[in-house]
Design a protein around this ligand. Structure first.
Ligand code: PLP
Length: 360
């Protein structure tokens, strides 16, 4: 095996709900630890998938180019079809980017805390990961420090916007200024997995930067706001040249047809997306009000989760879990990342939080 593999550990996936329920003796478990869409999936997805399954056998390989989905995405984003790389979730695209662009000894700059896949996939390809701490008080990116971490060895810089796990949003203008200071042989990957949830500005996406800089790549996923995590569809937009390099290592039939059909139907139902975003924004305000009231520490979120800190946070996570609410631990000591639940569950969880804080 590769030397580095001996130093890595397999990803610990979410424990299956049935097993958590049995372990805790609760009837209902609400998973708020993986930032999935708590409002479900567009009903149009179910129809499209059923229709496909009823009318087709499975003996033929899928369309390896995901042509219909590709055409829809290209049209919506006003990019050429060959500027898109579509993967089995963004996870696969992140892995392909590292396989394509990283040579042993290259460095990758990330802001921490960060989404774990950036560093992991880089390490597998022999990269050195340069971790730049976010600004402690706000959770925002420290672009000045990130610029200083870039040198001749740097191949990739990751900007997750809004950032997982901090939830913080960086303006397109700040990102533009930062990229303007970088050499063009440094690829800047802007992961917009949660961008649909941003409601504080009119046009949150950095799509415009794709036309301004040849080294910018933008990632999107269907797993979060579109509620399609189980079908595994994500994509990246970049210059045709960069996309073409990645296509050379993509597995020929990476997306099965059910995933393609599901993503097309989800993408067409923009009303479902808007409803999700609207409900999430209302809940996010209510959570922030409560967190202010109880004087918990948290970062201002543009996403569908909030990163918060309370004294002895594990104990609060246990109290929530005893009531059937599973939140994400372990990303920073005494901090929890909570996917924002629908209104009824939010009321219960915030009352547990208030009660917990009253005892501190
Ligand atoms: C969830 C997530 C992804 C990966 O999503 P896929 O389900 O693999 O498409 C990518 N980036 C960030 C920051 C995420 O939180």
């Amino acid at each position: 095996m590769k030397k580095i593999i001996g130093q890595l550990k397999p990803y610990v996936p979410e424990e299956p709900a049935e097993s958590v329920k049995a372990r805790l003796g609760v009837d209902r478990l609400v998973r708020l630890s993986a930032n999935e869409n708590p409002y479900g999936t567009s009903p149009k997805v179910r129809e499209a998938v059923l229709d496909y399954v009823v009318n087709n056998d499975a003996n033929l390989y899928p369309d390896g180019n995901a042509s219909a989905l590709r055409a829809k995405l290209a049209n919506y984003w006003n990019v050429e079809e060959n500027q898109l790389v579509i993967g089995v979730g963004l996870d696969e695209v992140i892995s392909m980017v590292n396989k394509t662009f990283i040579n042993t000894g290259d460095s990758i700059v990330i802001s921490v805390p960060a989404f774990s896949e950036y560093g992991l996939n880089g390490l597998v390809e022999g990269a050195v990961i340069r971790e730049v701490p976010c600004i402690e008080a706000t959770g925002q990116y420290d672009f000045g420090a990130m610029r200083k971490a870039v040198d001749d060895t740097t191949r990739l810089v990751w900007i997750c916007n809004p950032n997982n796990p901090t939830g913080t949003y960086e303006s397109v203008e700040d990102i533009r200024k930062f990229i303007g200071t970088l050499p063009d042989n440094v690829l800047v990957i802007i992961d917009e997995a949660y961008i649909d949830f941003v409601t504080s500005v009119e046009v949150p996406t950095a799509r415009a930067l794709l036309d301004e800089f040849p080294n910018v790549c933008i990632m999107r996923t269907f797993s979060k706001a579109y509620g399609l995590a189980n079908y595994r569809v994500g994509y990246m937009m970049s210059s045709a040249e960069l996309a073409n390099y990645i296509q050379t290592i993509r597995l020929p039939y990476n997306l099965n047809t059910l995933s393609q059909v599901a993503a097309e139907a989800a993408f067409e139902d923009q009303e479902f997306l808007r409803a999700t975003v609207r409900k999430n924004a209302v809940e996010r305000d209510l959570w922030e009000q409560t967190l202010d009231e109880v004087k918990a520490t948290y970062y201002k979120s543009g996403a569908n989760f909030i990163f918060m800190s309370v004294p002895n946070a594990e104990a609060l996570a246990d109290e929530w879990l005893a009531k059937g609410y599973q939140v994400r631990r372990g990303q920073r000591e005494n901090w929890l990342r909570v996917t924002l639940p629908p209104a009824d569950d939010g009321v219960i969880m915030r009352s547990v939080l208030k009660d917990y804080m009253a005892r501190q």
